[in-house]
Design a protein around this ligand. Structure first.
Ligand SMILES: C[S@@+](CC[C@H](N)C(=O)[O-])C[C@H]1O[C@@H](n2cnc3c(N)ncnc32)[C@H](O)[C@@H]1O
Length: 344
């Protein structure tokens, strides 16, 4: 889901422990904050045939191991509480200027609206090829193919996700278990979408200039892959009304190791040499509502989750979803969508 941060101040009500676990370094044995059972950290054992090509000098942000810690808990687990398309990012419940009562739509409908928002933003009807950076379980790829794209390529660092997309056999879909840092397309790409991956591109503790360099290099790469006139639609959680000192303490590495959020101004500045930001929206409400829907579904499936995956996993996810809901409702974090047009 990208990484919603913890709350800025203690939420009301008992039982909500806001203590942040320290930085979780997966390379050291003491890192294992949660025991997910045999194998720990939820990580699959390394399979030489199914290992992402590592960037020279290492990953700038979350490594494939850090991603596995959160995402490779089992697709069956996520299936129990996500929508049927297995979308793990904020839905779009309504437009930012819409007022009045919230439309009574399901999570599934709001997720489809989100997919179509991004596909419309890159003018999908003009796209033969599309890239999804951080494709999760493939919902954007499938929808793009339904809407006429001939070749939809997805990048993920999660083995479970890659395996799931491959097993679907969607004609025209191509999933790659690799970082955007090492990706080379077969030809020009007509449109790029990235939802919920940007939150993994830098690690906590990096100096501002270092962060900017990484973000800038992401946009430079996208610019290089995109055809002239192409568009990039980016969705990311961003820090809200907090300063750097607060953010450094609040980043939830116990949930998403080696990952930190951008500030909106960092995104604008890093993209600026390569993209014209033609539209941006800040929609904390979109994530708060999505998290509430997930939480409701998770709780409804408690017995099955506990039976199949253990009580610790249930407790961990229940707590993290609660804390994240609070963070969005209090503007500690927000959910941003940026539509960008390639310069030059
Ligand atoms: C929160 S999930 C979002 C998945 C999907 N976009 C969705 O909305 O359901 C984050 C995704 O970003 C991917 N990711 C994180 N870092 C990445 C990187 N450096 N290169 C490519 N994908 C990355 C993860 O593997 C995962 O698929």
């Amino acid at each position: 889901m990208g990484c919603p941060a913890a709350a800025r101040r203690p939420p009301p009500g008992p039982g909500l422990d806001l203590h942040m676990a320290g930085h979780c370094d997966l390379r050291t044995p003491h890192c294992v904050f949660l025991d997910f059972g045999p194998g720990s950290c939820g990580m699959s054992s390394t399979n030489p045939d199914n290992t992402p090509a590592r960037p020279e000098g290492g990953y700038a942000g979350a490594s494939d191991e850090a991603i596995a810690f959160h995402y490779d808990v089992g697709t069956d687990f996520y299936r129990l509480w996500l929508d049927p398309r297995l979308i793990y990012s904020a839905a779009r419940w309504r437009g930012p200027l819409d007022r009045g009562p919230m439309p009574r739509v399901s999570l599934e409908t709001a997720q489809l609206a989100k997919l179509d928002f991004h596909l419309d933003a890159v003018r999908v009807e003009e796209c033969k090829t599309l890239l999804d950076v951080g494709c999760g379980w493939g919902a954007v790829l499938k929808r793009a193919l339904e809407r006429g794209v001939e070749r939809a390529t997805g990048l993920t660092l999660s083995r479970d996700q890659a395996q799931h997309v491959r097993s679907q056999d969607w004609p025209g879909a191509d999933v790659r278990l690799e970082s955007y840092e090492v990706f080379t397309p077969d030809g020009p790409i007509d449109g790029i979408i990235s939802i919920g991956a940007f939150e993994h591109f830098v690690r906590p503790g990096y100096e501002p200039a270092h962060r900017q360099g990484i973000y800038r290099s992401f946009f430079e790469r996208c610019h290089g892959w995109l055809r002239k006139g192409g568009a990039l639609s980016l969705q990311s959680i961003c820090w809200g009304y907090v300063d750097r000192a607060y953010a450094a303490k609040a980043v939830p590495t116990y949930v998403f190791p080696d990952s930190d959020l951008p500030w909106p101004n960092e995104v604008f500045e890093a993209a600026n040499p390569f993209f014209d930001v033609v539209y941006a929206e800040s929609r904390a409400e979109d994530y708060a509502l999505t998290l509430r829907a997930w939480l409701k579904a998770l709780r409804a499936q408690k017995a099955e989750i506990v039976a199949g995956h253990g009580e610790k996993i249930f407790d961990h996810y229940e707590k993290y979803l609660r804390r994240c809901t609070y963070a969005f409702e209090n503007n500690t974090v927000t959910l941003m969508r940026f539509v960008m047009s390639r310069r030059g």
